[in-house]
Design a protein around this ligand. Structure first.
Ligand code: MV4
Length: 449
């Protein structure tokens, strides 16, 4: 096992990883920007190194600065968390070439999955269901027309180097296709330096369901069931849960096996997530794989009892998974509410000083946050300041427990999205599990605020 790990991140995920290190007896090194001198992760780590100015590009995304901090503190491994450099294969290469252990999958797995056209090719070979559309890259508007006719409108044009909702164009008619194709291609070139695009049939009312996997370096790979992440707005998830209220036992079996097949196809090591879209008839299709720990990992931890961050560290150190697939059981239901420093309905950021913070507690309530009374939420980063996770025997009890937890939460001094959660948890369609990826946006539109 490692003596000391550097955490190349900030906020609640850095705190989550530092807590894990402490429990494993591993030293922790935080890196922080000038805006994060008083941040929780800076304070909680055994050591902390300033890596640059507030702007992410000059600090948390500054590979040279992060590597200097690793050398200065003599760590053995680097955990990237999520966001920032987590899915940057170049960074993973540099970490490994510099003699450190990368707490994550191989750079090769990251590259294969990072390029969506290559990823889909691999998934096809592995027998993982794909959305009907182009076999690979689509080179011009004329080719796009033939594929769209074959698949039927509407279609979606996606950038191969995109993902997470970036670089996509939905097209409803043939007339709109050439313009959308050129737009997608040029935006992809500008945003990612790669103008490769592909086409899929646009699924109109799918749910976003993802499978958690965990692999070791000895060829063992297991799934930890699914999460449902349909409650999103502008590709920002608001609330996640496990298991999905929509997935029945039989569908779960084939879905999770597809997740394992997807990860196995790239010899996946560590914690990863395979994203699927599921139609109302429960047919499902691979869309992309996230080669990192995700924000919503605690709901899976709670229904399975598996500490995903601990296992990321253990498998990076070469340990074998201590459990087989058959040993992993799911129990009850878990929900996560993301707490953001933003207006609950307008979603405008609300940085500032937290005059008072009181965290909920009590039975089966977990709070992963990086705030405290007197903390100044900086304006430079993501608005998510923490997460509340609840668990109960069934979904209804879990919702009631979350309502109780949200009711106890007090954050004074800044605006948070607490009221969004209050209203959503009380919504009849949410309570019935009757929603898809468009629910939140449609609901907000017809709401009288
Ligand atoms: C899709 C889709 C429908 N059909 N692909 C968005 C995030 C990225 N992971 C993939 N995404 C989608 N891909 C096909 N073939 C719907 C989404 C999608 C979405 C699209 C438009 C507006 C909001 C959305 C929210 C979640 C997913």
């Amino acid at each position: 096992m490692f003596n000391k790990i550097l955490i190349a991140n900030r906020g609640e995920i850095a705190v989550r990883i530092i807590r894990c290190c402490k429990e494993l007896g591993i030293g922790s090194v935080a890196v922080y920007s000038e805006a994060d001198r008083e941040a929780m992760h800076t304070r909680l780590a055994d050591e902390a190194v300033c890596i640059g100015p507030a702007a992410s590009a000059q600090s948390y995304l500054n590979i040279a600065a992060v590597m200097s901090a690793a050398e200065l503190t003599d760590v053995q491994a680097i955990h990237p968390g999520y966001g920032f450099l987590a899915e940057n294969a170049e960074f993973a290469d540099i970490v490994i070439e510099s003699g450190y252990t990368w707490i994550g999958p191989s750079p090769e797995s990251m590259r294969t999955m990072g390029d969506k056209v290559t990823a889909k090719q691999k998934m096809k070979e592995a027998g993982v269901p794909l959305v009907p559309g182009s076999a690979g890259a689509v080179h011009d508007a004329e080719e796009a027309k033939h594929i769209a006719r074959e698949a039927g409108f509407p279609v979606i044009i996606k950038a191969s180097a995109g993902g997470g909702g970036r670089g996509m164009q939905v097209v409803h008619s043939e007339g709109a296709l050439p313009g959308a194709f050129n737009k997608c291609q040029s935006e992809a070139a500008a945003a990612f330096g790669d103008d490769t695009v592909f086409i899929e049939k646009f699924l109109e009312e799918p749910r976003h369901i993802e499978v958690q996997v965990l692999g070791d370096t000895h060829g063992n790979l297991v799934h930890l069931f699914e999460r449902e992440c349909s409650m999103q707005r502008n590709n920002q998830k608001v609330l996640e849960e496990a298991p999905s209220p929509f997935v029945d036992a039989k569908t779960r079996q084939i879905l999770c096996e597809a997740g394992v097949a997807a990860a196995s196809a790239v010899n996946y090591v560590g914690a990863g997530t395979i994203e699927f879209l599921m139609n109302p008839d429960k047919s499902f299709y691979f869309i992309e794989m996230n080669t990192r720990i995700q924000v919503e990992h605690p709901v899976t931890e709670w229904i399975t009892g598996v500490d995903l961050v601990e296992w990321q560290v253990r498998v990076a150190a070469g340990e074998k998974l201590a459990f087989t697939q058959e040993k992993i059981k799911k129990k009850g239901h878990a929900i996560e509410c993301r707490i953001n420093a933003e207006h609950p309905f307008k979603f405008t950021p609300s940085p500032g000083t937290i005059a008072l913070y009181h965290a909920p507690g009590g039975r089966s309530v977990r709070v992963d946050a990086a705030i405290y009374t007197g903390y100044q939420v900086p304006p430079h980063y993501d608005s998510m300041i923490g997460k509340i996770i609840t668990h109960a025997r069934d979904r209804q009890k879990c919702i009631r427990r979350m309502q109780r937890a949200i009711d106890e939460l007090a954050i004074i001094g800044i605006t948070t999205n607490r009221e969004l959660h209050e209203r959503l948890l009380a919504n009849a369609a949410f309570q019935k599990g009757d929603f898809n990826i468009h629910f939140l946006e449609n609901w907000l539109k017809q709401m009288h605020l």
